[in-house]
Design a protein around this ligand. Structure first.
Ligand code: ADP
Ligand code: MG
Length: 153
């Protein structure tokens, strides 16, 4: 991953506010992966982002549903949690490939635990890593796999 920038947040609210601001700069046709341990703040990041898009839908962890869709903002948000999957094949059987085509994507995609479905996300995407530091501090690293990603679409 090529690191683009990083920020430190001191609590849940700051993480959500950062994501909320980021949302104002992003349009449809963008895929984000979210990496980080359990409790790092991946779902709270999506919560802030969805708010920033202007949606007041409730953001919850898609641990059991695998995919939550939030409407009501500038564009739909597709929020995946791949934690319960264990292979690319499982994701393909569920038809998830269609979300990772930037030509046809009509919203913004977030993928928690992309490591579980290695090989699924072949399109350019932005990678967000959340690292737990001491207490409630988190380091949020934003990066892309190559220079072209940030400018694509
Ligand atoms: P994940 O989806 O990565 O498992 P969640 O977003 O569900 O994580 O939960 C993050 C937990 O960590 C919440 O209980 C939240 O209140 C807490 N938390 C504490 N500090 C922060 C922070 N700086 N940013 C995000 N969440 C934080
Ligand atoms: Mg989560």
């Amino acid at each position: 991953m090529k690191k683009v920038f990083s920020v430190i947040t001191n609590n849940e609210e700051e993480t959500m506010l950062f994501a909320q601001k980021l949302a104002k700069t992003v349009g449809k046709g963008v895929v984000f992966t979210l990496k980080g341990d359990l409790g790092a703040g991946k779902t709270h990041f999506v919560k802030g982002f969805v708010k920033g898009l202007g949606s007041d839908e409730l953001v919850t962890s898609p641990t059991f549903t695998l995919l939550n869709v939030y409407e009501g903002g500038r564009c739909p948000v597709y929020h995946f949690d791949m934690y319960r999957l264990s292979s690319l094949e499982e994701a393909e059987d569920l038809g998830f490939e269609e979300y990772f085509n930037l030509e046809t994507l009509d919203g913004i995609v977030f993928v928690e635990w992309p490591e579980r479905v290695e090989g699924l996300i072949k399109c350019p995407h932005i990678e967000i890593d959340l690292q737990s530091l001491e207490g409630n501090k988190r380091k949020i690293i934003v990066g892309a796999e190559d220079d072209s990603t940030i400018n694509s679409k």
